[in-house]
Design a binder for this molecule. Structure first.
Ligand SMILES: C[S@@+](CC[C@H](N)C(=O)[O-])C[C@H]1O[C@@H](n2cnc3c(N)ncnc32)[C@H](O)[C@@H]1O
Length: 269
């Protein structure tokens, strides 16, 4: 299993490194400018309220698959004591360090495959935070949430804020797509276990470039919840929302009929 994990994660590392420079041009916000503002946060009201409900003051927060740390830096800016971001992409980790410096936020960025996070981080965090587009890169959720559990202090909180697995059934936004005439023909089965091969990761500008292959894994909501429970994390709350946090289902958000995102809150026993 470890060999499979590594085979996919090393291909994905290359794919994420490749898109880093493209995201800088296509994303809607200049993050280098944004984080010059003291206390700047791009977290939305849903995740802000949950993080604040943990009581951020004095808390150490870790983000797994943190990308360039825009969310982690925001969490520190709204009151956490310090942040540690883990990501496999050298390029995004480099950018995270730059942004934290600009924001003057106490954040450390560690370039590592999640499966290789060193044991020195065990029981180090009051909060582990996982957001938008992290879980689909993970071949084995029991292993992943086992690592989450070893990073948390006893009594520490987990927040997962992700796009809903039902979005696998829905067609992506497309200029020829008309929601008025929607006949639902699922893109994938909800229970699909085939590896999803992609080429290109510019989910801001949808630009095409000479991209290497990347590999994603589909998990049902039940599998996600079960892996959290198997890891010794008590499930406190699971909420579903009609909000498109994946930047691909605006049409479905307008209809307001689909679960497009969810929050899962847990506590390490
Ligand atoms: C969609 S991005 C996360 C975006 C972030 N939530 C945000 O909104 O800015 C997914 C991240 O997962 C990272 N990743 C994928 N597989 C990983 C692995 N095995 N270990 C660590 N990071 C991984 C990628 O490098 C990428 O930065």
């Amino acid at each position: 299993m470890l060999t499979d994990w590594k085979r996919y994660s090393s291909a994905n590392r290359a794919a994420w490194n490749e898109v880093a420079a493209i995201h800088k041009k296509t994303r809607p916000r200049d993050l280098h400018q944004f984080f010059t503002e003291p206390g700047a946060s791009l977290l939305d009201p849903t995740e802000t309220a949950i993080l604040e409900s943990f009581g951020l003051a004095g808390k150490r927060i870790a983000q797994l698959c943190c990308n360039n740390g825009r969310e982690l830096i925001s969490a520190v800016n709204i009151g956490a004591l310090a942040g540690t971001g883990f990501d496999i992409s050298d390029e995004f980790i480099r950018e995270g360090r730059e942004l934290a410096k600009i924001a003057n936020a106490d954040c450390e960025f560690v370039c590592a495959d999640i499966i290789d996070i060193p044991e020195i981080y065990n029981s180090s965090f009051d909060i582990v935070y996982i957001t938008i587009g992290a879980l689909s890169w993970i071949p084995d959720l029991d292993t992943y949430f086992g690592i989450v559990s070893r990073l948390l202090k006893p009594g520490g909180n987990l927040l997962v804020y992700e796009h809903h697995p039902v979005t696998y059934l829905l067609p992506f936004e497309d200029k020829d797509f008309s929601p008025g005439g929607l006949i639902l023909k699922p893109e994938y089965s909800y229970f699909n276990k085939e590896i999803i091969e992609g080429q290109g990761l510019d989910y801001f500008g949808f630009s095409e470039y000479d991209a290497s292959k990347n590999y994603e894994f589909q998990h049902t909501l039940g599998e996600i919840v079960n892996s959290v429970i198997h890891a010794g994390i008590e499930l406190l709350e699971l909420n579903e929302y009609p909000y498109d946090i994946a930047n691909g289902f605006k049409w479905a958000e307008d209809l307001g009929m689909f679960p497009l995102s969810y929050t899962l809150v847990g506590r390490k026993k």
